[in-house]
Design a protein around this ligand. Sequence first.
Ligand code: FAD
Length: 483
Amino acid sequence: MDNPTRCSVIIIGAGISGITAAKVLAENGVEDVVILEAADRIGGRIRKEEFGGVTVELGAGWIAGVGGEQSNPVWELARQSNLRTCFSDYSNARYNIYDQNSGKIFPSRVAAESYKKAVASAIQKLQNHDDSPLDETNGPKTPIELAIDFILHDFEMAEVEPISTYVDFGEREYLVADERGYEYLLYKMGESFLFTSDTEGKILDSRLKLNKVVRELQHSRNGVSVKTEDGCVYEANYVILSVSIGVLQSHLISFSPPLPRWKTEAISNCDIMVYTKVFLKFPYKFWPCGPEKEFFIYAHHRRGYYTFWQHMENAYPGSNILVVTLTNGESKRIEAQSDEETMKEAMEVLRSMFGCHIPNAMDILVPRWWNNRFQRGSYSNYPICDNHQLIDDIKAPVGRVFFTGEHTSEKFNGYVHGGYLSGIDTAKALLEEIIKEKEWKSENQSFLIEPLLALTGSLTLKQPEAVSNNLHKFTIPWTTLSS
Ligand SMILES: Cc1cc2nc3c(=O)[nH]c(=O)nc-3n(C[C@H](O)[C@H](O)[C@H](O)COP(=O)(O)OP(=O)(O)OC[C@H]3O[C@@H](n4cnc5c(N)ncnc54)[C@H](O)[C@@H]3O)c2cc1C
């Protein structure tokens, strides 16, 4: 095997956090980085695909937290790139709840009462810092209560606790509906520091290495060494690890020496949410499409069973596409079965809402975030209690290994802007460390060399360059930092 080349920083993962960290490092003069990405594309959980004649977002779809006093940085990036977005008005979803038995929409009075009850019990749970499922007596029982409970707890639009995203950046959410995809923001960012083809916007820079699945990470006080599945070895002074909390829990990457216990415990204590958008293409639309009809809910006796629906007519008029969102257990269940079975179940649900005459779906798209070994879930979900220690431990570096990603963002975990801001924070923390190490080196170099130079009769030492030039042959217990 060739001698591994050494660089300043290896970044593992080219999602929003990894690309942002690389950009901040480059802007601060650390340009000899290598970005190792397991997939054949950048973006991670921001991922578009062509389906039914339009571009759909399999991962992040919304820019959440817009319209407040502070501007969401991802919204700013979207504006600079003229990304096409649509305002999502969820407020009426609760009045479009279909009864499983009659196929009719519940009267608004019934919906409002059930909603009030579900919010009250959710608030009580939060006040008691109670993370356990609601029991038989106080929990939701009827299909409509179960549907509302699902919306409150499993679907991000209606969490009842004060969420920093909405408090800081505003309560509006915009769906990305752009043929270039949400991922276009990452390509735009990449353009500023990676060599990119003018015509296609393709990243051609050799510092970005795709299809490189990191399996081993060795770290010591001298540096890091990273081995990929195809047997390549990369060495650096530092590594930034941006893989998801699900990947950290999965042991895809082995650490030598192993990560300390406080770190592994923190990693295993963080929950992972699985969130799946299933796309269905129809020959024509049969669902109501007027104002306030974009979102609708199916009330079923099984919690989370094809509960939350959205039509894509606002985003892509004439696309005839419906999206249904499943989470956690239901996501894992449908990931394990064939797409045909999922289509059959979804059609039964649609027929109980809209009647037997509706056409069969022509196509289905079922993303599998849980079974994707480079994701192992959709996003982090911290326990409800205020556990600052947990998140501090998850983001704290271990020697030369720095951690980034949405799961390391205390205020915005789970969101694209959480990933973006964590990339900035981690890169800044690493830059500080690099400066500290340089200072340490130069102080210790003069400490070591002064007696030596005194011996050889050379008495003045002023320029740090003179020191390092004279010193290169002495062993220093720290690796050399490229400047
Ligand atoms: C279905 C879904 C819906 C979502 N909806 C929204 C939404 O509407 N709004 C919102 O703000 N957020 C949403 N999110 C969350 C958002 O997508 C994430 O918070 C954000 O994209 C995470 O970015 P990241 O850089 O932290 O991680 P990632 O994007 O996961 O980047 C990590 C990268 O590491 C790579 N990797 C993993 N293992 C290895 C390895 N061994 N070697 C090398 N590379 C490796 C992965 O391939 C990946 O590219 C959603 C996510 C999902 C899945």
